[in-house]
Design a binder for this molecule. Sequence first.
Ligand code: SF4
Ligand code: SF4
Length: 452
Amino acid sequence: MSMASVQSSTLANILSAEEQKILACVHCGLCLEACPTYVATGDENDGPRGRIYLMRAVEEGRLAVSSTSFETHIDRCLGCRACESVCPAGVEYGQLLEAARAEIMQARPKRGVAYSLLRFVLRHVWLNPKRLKATFAIARLVRDFGVARLLLKTKLPHEISPQFEFGLALLEGSAVDTVKGRCERQKTGRMPVDRPQDAGAPTGAPVLLFKGCVTDGLFQRVNEATTRVLEVNGCAVQAPSGQVCCGALHAHAGDLEGARALARQNVAAFEDADTKIITNAGGCGAMLVSYSHLLADDEAYADRAKEFSARVQDIGQHLRSAGFRNGASIGFERTTYDASCHLLHGQHAADASLQMLWAIPDLNFALLKDSEVCCGGAGVYNLMEPALSEEVLSAKLECIQQSGAEVLATGNAGCHMQIAAGARLNRMKLRVCHPVELLDESYRRAGYYDGE
Ligand code: SF4
Ligand code: SF4
């Protein structure tokens, strides 16, 4: 048996349970225009239909897993899943992509410095909560003591490497001053407020908060805002201590075993109660709802994972279904909203996040053209595929500039950092925040937190 056949048969093993999903593609091409990488390159193999053809060729033994064309076009996929939402045949492309990447990682574990480093970090840092906590503590020091900001004012990071410069900009993009202007005003005086009528009486029920590793590490303020907003709406919030990273980075990089190890820990940490599990990051939420698929073949966890996934809701989805209060005006800066791909196409949250903004009276809101199109962040895609990521990001920044927005709300830590980094490097005046931070501020101005 040739090497190509051996590798292909391994892929066939991994994809055997997914074969029907490959065959479900009727090659209609309706997904092509929704695919940011196809739009950017115009190459059929950089679109969902072409990638599915490649997967099929590998599965049938006509193409080697380690062939350059397979690796290149699978690597270039953002995993945004926009193709899923427009596919009339219901092809579950995200699951096919994860299987294909798992096979590439298995066939060629050592494929250059960048992928070896990624694999090392995912295995030896992300799977170890203590090391991960220490890593984020160091990152916060670099950010909060102004080291990243200072370096970005020089040419040094760019001279070291454009990826290093962008990495620093991502870290700086998570800095608290992205909403500093608003926070400072809210401390120095409240605007005159007519407390509005509530949109609906909140029914309030206890919930469990999934903190998310990046959100917990770099955006603690978003978890705090989420907790306050839930509590004002009558929901007692607990954050189970045994929770770990959701595993999205592992699954997207092809390390399905790493993702499963994390998924089992989360299922165990959240199974004591029959309560909703609330997330505020689209990437985490989409991963958590996919545990039912990820652990489907695990006898001990399959049913528990299914039950777990059914309880997961984004903060916007939960508020919409449980009912929530209106807040007060927060000022008149032009504000826009960019949808997280995984919130939209993975969690199917539609406009649930926007509903949080509709509860803020007199918001100077501007619709963002192509708000449903990926920003190019996609986990670590921005560092692994910098050229294509930059092209996708540039289109996003242009739309933001056209909207005239000074504030942009988005419901995912990765999108937040990507857009804020792009804005910083392009010297745009833009503050990025989570929609729940704006609602939180609106509640504060309405006086809901008085007496805290
Ligand atoms: S829209 Fe669906 S069925 Fe049509 S080519 Fe794309 S993946 Fe295949
Ligand atoms: S996941 Fe996104 S980038 Fe990948 S094929 Fe689908 S639409 Fe294109």
